[in-house]
Design a protein around this ligand. Structure first.
Ligand code: PMV
Length: 347
């Protein structure tokens, strides 16, 4: 085995958008601004080793210790994309070890956590190799992560993170994510997200295809405008702590995202019958018990059940008794707003 010349390891979490990014142009630039909660328990942990290279660049990827040749093209494409910014990238062979803390087939996208972990690793290696500090390490990592997967740029910070230019968000940019620095009501600091795994496995339509279908979508312009308006409203809600308004805005965003999928050409549906059954149960429970539980959806069938931390014990009991039977293999993951990525021990 050849000698490892440099190595770096990082853990980075997944995120869940409240105002959704759906539609892009150019090189992964968002058609509308978005904002997400960074999660905590759903993470990717990766270690990249740089090895001596002679001839063609070799890339090896190991998932949970097993060689995964099918992952190589995605990593190679990412490296090619960021190589103009990190001149050493083409000088080494790569060995990437990666694992997700959530099941690979759970339908939870690992691209945000995976690409943000890899971008952070590349920034770390850049500092080691060049011997120079990157002046804004996380901003650079967010920019690089964006080139791998748009939503990944929001995973390099903890808490609430926006992406895309917006007048209501200071420092916002199309190029990288911005940690939310507005006034935040305490209720949002430790919000819970229980991911109800309705359908574990490959999605029928990838988000790349979905984003592309926004080009020429009949509702595109209106959607991009509404996303901006929703973000402006959300900034006010985040300060006031108005949970009724939060519920209405976040659920509407999720349904609008899926409405866009259903009204694109070709159209598609990612929700499953149990997605709708869970949504109805959430609405009923909220009405009957006055507990502010709400849902959001990613580009998939799984339901993210969001609620304030003070209701944790009560809501988890209800999930177990009433919702888990609607999940595939009764599986769900209890997560919450987290602190963002961290460097791992390099061994
Ligand atoms: O980063 P991508 O290309 O996988 O797109 C993610 C899009 C959504 O998850 C549906 C919304 C979002 O803002 O994260």
């Amino acid at each position: 085995m050849s000698e490892v010349l440099f190595r770096a390891a990082w853990a980075s979490p997944s995120n869940i958008a409240l105002v959704k990014y759906w539609g892009k142009y150019g090189v992964q630039l968002p058609s509308n601004p978005s904002i997400s909660f960074t999660l905590s328990e759903c993470r990717t942990e990766s270690r990249l080793e740089l090895l001596p290279k002679s001839g063609e660049q070799q890339i090896e990827v190991y998932l949970d210790g097993e060689k995964k040749d099918s992952f190589v093209p995605k990593i190679a494409k990412f490296i090619q994309r960021i190589a103009p910014e990190l001149d050493w990238l083409n000088e080494f062979n790569f060995r990437l070890h990666t694992r997700n803390t959530f099941p690979h087939s759970s339908g939870i996208a690992s691209s945000a956590s995976g690409m943000s972990a890899l971008a952070l690793i590349c920034c770390d290696l850049h500092e080691q190799i060049s011997g120079e500090r990157i002046s804004d390490f996380y901003r650079k990592a967010s920019h690089l992560a964006r080139l791998g997967s748009g939503s990944a740029c929001r995973s390099v910070y903890g808490g609430l993170v926006s992406w895309g230019e917006h007048a209501a968000i200071e420092g916002s940019s199309q190029d990288f994510g911005t940690p939310f620095s507005g006034k935040l009501h305490p209720v949002f600091k430790d919000f819970q997200d229980c991911i109800l795994l309705v359908h574990q496995g490959e999605k029928s339509v990838s988000s790349t295809v979905g984003h592309d279908l926004m080009n020429g979508h009949p509702f595109a312009e209106k959607r991009f405008e509404l996303a901006g308006q929703n973000l402006a409203s959300l900034v006010r809600i985040l300060e006031s702590g108005d949970l009724d308004a939060f519920i209405q805005l976040v659920e509407s965003e999720a349904l609008m995202l899926h409405g866009l999928m259903m009204s694109s050409v070709p159209y598609f549906i990612l929700m499953k019958p149990n997605t709708l059954k869970i949504i109805e149960k959430i609405w009923d429970y909220r009405k009957q018990n006055g507990v502010p539980v709400l849902f959001t959806l990613d580009a998939g069938a799984n339901v993210h059940l969001l609620y304030p931390a003070e209701f944790k014990a009560k809501v988890e009991k209800w999930i177990d008794s009433d919702l888990s039977s609607l999940c595939e293999n009764k599986a769900y993951i209890c997560d919450h707003v987290g602190q963002g990525p961290y460097r791992l021990n390099n061994d």
